[in-house]
Design a binder for this molecule. Structure first.
Ligand code: SF4
Ligand code: F3S
Length: 106
């Protein structure tokens, strides 16, 4: 499966959503996740993300490994998002911020 990591938090550009052939993105207040039970590993979403938030599970960086379980957990709670929409208002300011984990809203 593929995994959305910290870089997405407070940005939510949603370019990833438009290319997913199986609509497996789920949307929370300031973050998206991928439902690991639905993702078919096509990798199409990876180059779409402007902040490079999406990784194949095996390639998730060491300091982002907790996002594997977090995607699985939140995918069960959040509704599907199937169309791209506007990024969050301050997305461009948050794009370069590294430490955003504590800002994740559930
Ligand atoms: Fe969707 Fe493919 Fe990305 Fe999985 S890898 S989330 S199936 S676009
Ligand atoms: Fe997030 Fe990147 Fe998609 S910022 S919403 S993973 S395009």
């Amino acid at each position: 499966t593929y995994v959305v990591t910290e870089a997405c938090i407070k940005c939510k550009y949603t370019d990833c959503v438009d290319v997913c052939p199986v609509d497996c993105f789920r949307e929370g207040p300031n973050f998206l996740v991928i439902d690991p039970d639905e993702c078919i590993d096509c990798s199409l979403c990876v180059p779409e993300c402007p902040v490079e938030a999406i990784y194949a599970e095996d390639d998730v960086p060491e300091d982002q490994r907790e996002f594997i379980a977090l995607n699985a957990e939140l995918a069960k709670q959040w509704p599907p998002i199937v169309e791209r929409h506007e990024p969050l208002p301050d997305a461009d300011q948050w794009a370069g911020v590294k430490e955003k984990k504590h800002l994740l809203q559930r």
